[in-house]
Design a protein around this ligand. Sequence first.
Ligand code: SF4
Ligand code: SF4
Length: 414
Amino acid sequence: MRKAFNVVRKRQRANISRVPDLEVRKKRLKQVREKAIGNEALLKQAVENLRQNGIKVYRADNQDEAISLVISEIDNDSLVVKSKSNLTKEIGLTEALEAVGIDVIETDIGDRIIQLCGGMPSHPTGPASHLTRHDIARILSAHLGKTVKPTARAIVELIRDEIAAYINKAKIGITGANAIAAEDGAILLLHNEGNIIQVAMRPEKHIVLAGIDKIYPSIEEALNMLKLQTFYATGALATSFINIIAGSSQTADIEKQLIKGVHGPKEISLILVDNRRSDIARSDYKELLYCIGCGQCLLVCPAYSVYADRFGVDSQLGGRGLVYSVLSLEAHARADDGLELCLTCRKCQQHCPLALDIPSMVNKLRLEKRTELLEPHLQTAYDFVLAHIEWVGSAVKLEVLLLIARLLRLSAGD
Ligand code: SF4
Ligand code: SF4
């Protein structure tokens, strides 16, 4: 995982001079997020314009409602292909659909690997970053019942062919959305592999799930976010594809009769999921929803580099993921435990494109749970531990520091 993360960091350093207006873009994005999050009028405008463009729009208050809506949209079909979507992971969509007999095939290469091995993703945009090509070749050999050569190309080609067979068979595709443009009534999707194009073009229906925090005023502002998300997630300046969908394909070429779904789906259904986002937007943690899911905070987080997905809950990774889990997934015991591992070193904040103050949120939650109240002498010792985080050169040393920090907290809680 560290190797994969280092590649991204190296690419960011190499390319940063090619984004001369990076700081201006970040400032603009922050202003847009401040205005958009919790903005009911903007959400209403988005829904109206999406409907005008012929997209069916539903609102789901919670994950059960979202899952029921997806099941009713799938109707009697028993196979769907799905592209990368953190929201579908958040609501446990795949497991819920499989429980009612619907086969769900992940079409992102990394997500398909995770689906086959039954594990958890290690990065929002690079889910299999923690696995080596040898690990993946073993997983794939077991799945296909034949020996797979442990080279990146051989693995990618085999998974691509396996996925293609399912895509050709499926009539319904499910995707997330990177952004919804309110003014234009459009859905924006960002991807590198091209599988989203195939999934979104299934002939019967394209079902899109998006959190209500994905609303942007316009396509232009959404594109600014996508540019930053790409740079911080991968170090690249652009992804291979950005799809902007504002309705089904249609033609009136014959006697001006309007025919919809000429190429691609006859119907597009968008499910806007709240799942406590409105509550968070009204709380002191509103800033958490400004997050664009770039995963930059994971690349620099010392706790994540040691604990990996143990410093997170399922697909909600790192300090940001833990705070989100505590706020959105009831009082989650695993999230509470994870909060204790955060060093509040502020590296995530320093490197976040939006400078989100996740460490203060972690501290606030700890205080609320009455585990933060250190005696002055313990606070001094704890500060010493944090001051030496930069000195850490190995996972073992960091483990020792984290252990000391935890013991200090535990003794304060006695
Ligand atoms: S403050 Fe916590 S979440 Fe942020 S980088 Fe440090 S250890 Fe990670
Ligand atoms: S908290 Fe910041 S760095 Fe982390 S995923 Fe969100 S926007 Fe990116």
